[in-house]
Every structure is written in C-alpha cells, then in structure tokens.
Design a protein around this ligand. Structure first.
Ligand code: EPZ
Length: 416
C-alpha cells in the first residue's frame, strides 16, 4: 500500500496546469462504443480510472491507440457486450457502457456496481430509463442483462438528479428511434462536454446544461475529435490548498465558469481571486474565515468539493456548517481530520467545524477519492509530518498530484 509523507507549514506558491476532467473523460470514453469510426480525444488525464476504463473497453473489442494525453478509440470490432464484476467493482463509472451497448448492439451484460464507501449509490434510475425506452432488463447473479431490438425515444423523469444516469440515457437516446426528453436532468459541465462530443459525432441534442435535455435519435454516429474540458474539481482542490496554506497560486488551462460557487465560497473565506481567460489566481494573506457549505446538484456547491472545504474550515476563524445532501456517508474524512487536531461535531448529514489555530501532523488513512484530497490539504497546513495511507484512492482522480504540489513548494514524497 503506497503512502504520501507531507511536512506542512509551507505556503503554496507558483503555477500549476490543470488536467482534463476525470468525470468528463469517463463517459466520453464510453461514447467510443457508439460508432465504428475513430473517436480522437485530447486533454485526456493520466489517471488510474481512465486506465481502468480503457482496459474495460479494450476487453470488449474497442481498438485503443494511446498518445501523450490523448487517445484514439475505434469501435468497429466490438464483440463482447459485457462489463465483468472484477472491473466494475473497482470503478462504478463502468456502468456508463450500459447505455451505449444497448443502443448500438441491442444487448449488454453489466455487473451491478458493488457498494461504495460514500454511499449505496444504486443505479435504479439508469435501469428505469432504459426500460422506458423499451429495453428488457433482467438482474441475475449480480449482473444487469439488458436487451432491446431497437430503443425507442421516451419521456424520462429523474426523481433524483443523477449525473451518470443522465449521461447513460443521453448516449442510449442518441441512437434510439424518435425523440427522448430527459427531465430533472443533471446540469453538470461534464454532461455538457459529453453532449458536445456526441454532437460532433452527429447526435442531435439540445438543452444540455439545463434540467431538460432533448435527444432526437439518428441511425448512426460517425467519428470525431474532442478535447476534454478542464477538471473543475482538481481546480477547486488546488485553490483550497492555496487558501489553506496562505499561498499565492495560479492555475492554467482551467475555466473559472466551471466552478463559480467554489470561487464565491473562497472569496467569502477571504481569498483574493483574479480570473483570466484560462487562468485563476488565488492569494490568501490572512487566516481564512469559516464558510458554510451545503452540497447540491450543479450549479449549486459540488459534493466533490465538500471534504476539501472541511479541511479549510478546520483552521479557519469561527465555526462553519457543512451539509452533505447528495451522499449518505460522505464524512469519512472527519475521523481522520480529528486525528490531526480538528474540532468537528457531526449530526446526521451536518458537520459543524470549529476552527482551531493549528493542526498537528499524524498518521492518517484515505477512505475515498475526495476524502484523501482533504487529508492532503490538512497535511499541507499542519505543523510537522503527516503520513497518508491508502493513497490509491487519490491516484484515481488526481494526475501526478505530488509532482504538481512539489512544483508549488510543498514538501511531499511518495513512500513505496
Ligand atoms: C457522479 O457520480 C460523479 N462521478 C461523482 O464524482 C459525483 O460525486 C456525483 O456524480 C455527484 O455529483 C462521475 O461522474 C464518474 P449521481 P454518480 O448518480 O453519477 C443517487 C468523484 O469524486 N442515485 O449523480 O454516480 C445516488 O445514490 C465522484 O469524482 C440513485 O438513487 O452520482 C446519489 O445519492 C464521486 N439512483 C445521488 O443520486 C441512481 O440510479 C446522486 O448520484 C443514480 C443515483
């Protein structure tokens, strides 16, 4: 099990390049299943989850030609319509092959994702949507087995906003007969990026970015080239680290319009933020002020930034409420932050963080992707050394994180 050793107390200073978004890359890689032509993707992040998705697609018969930060997929020879348990259990986003396989090949066998640290995370809305489009679905031996001669357009209402649910059904509808309307759809920028890629492939999609998306099915989709949009959560994570350490950091290759609520909260905490066309600069000269956050679907405050702001609030002036409304168990970083000296009370889905003047380094353990990011931030501001165990969680979603942080002056090294 690899660990990260961090000696805190140094303000982060300098410039860091933001990578392509993990949560756009994963559905867009699955769009490669929708065509027999070449799909060329650039600004592809070098992440563990992206490598897992690529392996999953290759074992289905997709031909993948990787390059530096890019890949070309070709779905002409797809001959295995299955996502096996051993791959789905390590990456829930594998569910995103379901819609494309049924849409293009009329069949799919996808393992039900297991549980997940942050919540039960069912996929019932994905299944309900495909059934509404005429798919026959049986669940047996832990697998979703879906068949459909030809999917038909339908009006689908999401009773819970689901990002990958919206993405799965948008891809399925792209090749269905007729018009599909997704209501109460997710509005995340990654949904828009997928729609942009599908449109480049010939899909007819309008309304992405709003809560109602209309897809008019076409007979087939052709190849295209698409650049993955910048990762707004990686951007937010580095900005919070800069604020927490009282630093001065400039992000490049990013887009401020993707994380407006995060920037507002950082300004509220006392940070000075300057935005350029593809840059964001954050300076923090005083102790942060405590800021309340309440997670909700985009464009509200993102759940994937909740743990990072909790770390910032640990050493802020005053107390703050952190309310998690998306997942039922996304406070596992609290116990670990307490080991560093944080004062946090949890009641249900609400945590009250009482700012202290300093945290002390300690041994801690990562439990999920964004919890590990929050521990890195806390370690960067703590006095002394912190060793974070199980950092494979971190490698799933942050490209070359210790190289990027070292470049900003952090004292960080990976322990084999
Ligand atoms: C996506 O997960 C992201 N992952 C998550 O990022 C992110 O936290 C989440 O959206 C919320 O923004 C990817 O895009 C690959 P949901 P997803 O379906 O789509 C419930 C990260 O850190 N639900 O929007 O799986 C579900 O349990 C990851 O990068 C159902 O009940 O999340 C949750 O409570 C973590 N039935 C809520 O909806 C369903 O069929 C939102 O889940 C689907 C979801």
């Amino acid at each position: 099990m690899q660990k990260l050793a961090i000696i805190g107390g140094t303000p982060l200073r300098g410039t860091v390049r933001i990578s392509g978004a993990k949560n756009a890359a994963l559905p867009i890689l699955c769009a490669g299943l929708l065509t027999a032509d070449d799909l060329h993707l650039t600004n592809l992040p070098d992440l563990h989850d992206v490598a897992t998705m690529r392996r999953l697609l290759e074992q289905m018969g997709i031909k993948a030609t990787p390059g530096a930060g890019e890949i070309t997929l070709n779905g002409a020879a797809v001959d295995k319509l299955e996502a096996p348990y051993d791959m789905v259990k390590t990456m829930r986003a594998a569910i995103l092959v379901l819609g494309p396989l049924v849409a293009r090949f009329g069949e799919a066998r996808v393992s039900l994702p297991g549980g997940c640290a942050i919540g039960s995370r069912p996929v019932d809305l994905h299944i309900k949507g495909l059934q509404a489009m005429g798919a026959e679905i049986h669940i047996e031996h832990g697998y979703i087995h879906a068949t459909a001669k030809k999917l038909k357009g339908a009006r689908i209402f999401f009773d819970i906003v689901s990002v990958t649910g919206t993405e799965n059904l948008m891809m399925a509808a792209a090749l269905a007969d007729g018009v599909t309307v997704l209501e109460n759809a997710a509005r995340e920028p990654e949904v828009i990026d997928l729609a942009d890629c599908l449109r480049a492939m010939g899909a007819k999609i309008t309304g992405d970015g709003s809560d109602t998306i209309t897809i008019t099915g076409v007979a087939s989709l052709h190849g295209a080239s698409h650049r993955i949009l910048p990762d707004r959560i990686e951007s937010g994570t580095f900005l919070v680290a800069a604020a927490a350490t009282g630093g001065d950091v400039t992000l490049c290759d990013t887009r401020a319009d993707l994380l407006e609520t995060v920037l507002e909260k950082l300004s509220e905490a006392g940070a000075q933020i300057d935005v350029g066309t593809d840059t964001i600069r954050l300076r923090m000269t005083a102790r942060p002020k405590a800021v309340n956050v309440r997670t909700a679907p985009h464009p509200a405050f993102p759940t994937d930034m909740q743990a990072q702001f909790m770390a910032l609030n640990c050493i802020a002036e005053g107390s703050a409420m952190v309310v998690e409304t998306i997942f039922e168990n996304r406070f596992m970083h609290v116990q670990e932050l307490r080991r560093l000296g944080a004062r946090i009370d949890v009641e249900g889905n609400t945590a009250v963080v009482h700012g202290v003047t300093r945290l002390e380094g300690a041994d801690v353990m990562a439990t999920d992707l964004r919890a590990s990011a929050s521990l890195v931030i806390a370690a960067l501001l703590a006095q002394g050394e912190t060793v974070i165990d199980r950092i494979y969680h971190l490698d799933r979603g942050y490209e070359h994180i210790e190289a990027k942080l070292s470049q900003l002056g952090a004292n960080i090294r990976r322990l084999k």
